[in-house]
Design a protein around this ligand. Structure first.
Ligand code: SAM
Length: 248
């Protein structure tokens, strides 16, 4: 059989395209792209001739298209899956074909590369040894507050994606959920000419968003809860020290 290959594409800087991505664009029998126009645009910038058939493969059709593509892989085709930017499957199409390939015993591999999650985490200056990825925080205020409150006692560094038009409201909600001093980083336009990282307490960053509204694409990175905050949030989960004190 052939293979399904997920490949990461640049998140802003074309030069981040890997040599493997270039070779795959030239050689794959089928390229399943989130947006075919954007795929051709990337290929042009890379000076690559896309050799195979290009089909559109996005959130709304990926379940229906996965099996048809896999039938072709079973007959020997190589199918390259790319999204508009970054790693497929990370808030982008790709998971449906990976799942079906696993179920059908069809080989699936990945040509890794840029992803805004790891780029932002690494640049945040916040602990990277343990982190969680929250995708996009919910759009509606009530749901967003509920989600953020659930994260208040999270010890790991939290990474989430945000869209420009909601950033001011989200900063208000972050302040309400985590308090003014929790360290965070607002990372925008990663790998692009106007890349900017704002680092500071939540209130400080919130004020900077009011004074100087950020443009472009944004990732938020929020420091995990310290011992005190974690203990306040989960009074039923006692620390080892607290248990030892009770036992004494
Ligand atoms: N699959 C992509 C990845 O691996 O990063 C993420 C796709 S998601 C639909 C798009 C979101 O990723 C944007 O709204 C933004 O939060 C984040 N993002 C993508 N590129 C970015 C960049 N260059 N700078 C900052 N954030 C970016």
């Amino acid at each position: 059989s052939g293979t399904v290959i997920l490949a990461a594409t640049p998140i802003g800087n074309t030069a981040d395209a890997s040599a493997r991505l270039v070779a795959l664009l030239e050689r794959a029998d089928i390229v399943a792209a989130e947006d075919t126009r954007r795929l051709y645009d990337l290929a042009n910038r890379l000076g690559v001739h896309v050799g195979g058939q290009v089909i559109s493969y996005h959130d709304h059709n990926e379940r229906n298209k996965a099996d048809g593509l896999l039938d072709q892989v079973a007959e020997g085709a190589s199918v390259l899956v790319v999204s508009d930017a970054g790693m497929p499957t990370i808030n982008d199409p790709g998971l449906a074909i990976v799942r079906r390939a696993i179920e059908r015993g069809i080989p699936v591999t990945c040509a890794p590369g840029p992803s805004a999650v790891l780029d932002a985490l690494a640049l945040s200056g916040l602990p990277t040894d343990r982190f969680c990825y929250e995708g996009f925080v919910p759009r509606k205020h009530a749901e967003r507050m509920q989600r953020l409150r659930m994260l208040r006692a999270e010890r790991r560094t939290i990474v989430c994606y945000e869209t420009l038009h909601r950033i001011a409201e989200t900063m208000d909600d972050l302040l309400a959920a985590f308090g003014p001093d929790r360290p965070m980083a607002l990372c925008r336009e990663l790998t692009k000419d106007y890349e900017e990282i704002r680092r500071g307490g939540i209130n400080e960053i919130r004020q900077s968003v009011v004074d100087n509204p950020p443009r472009g694409e944004i990732v938020l990175v929020i420091g995990g809860a310290d011992d005190e905050t974690a203990a306040q949030e989960s009074p039923d989960v006692l620390s080892i020290d607290a248990l030892a004190a009770l036992a004494a």
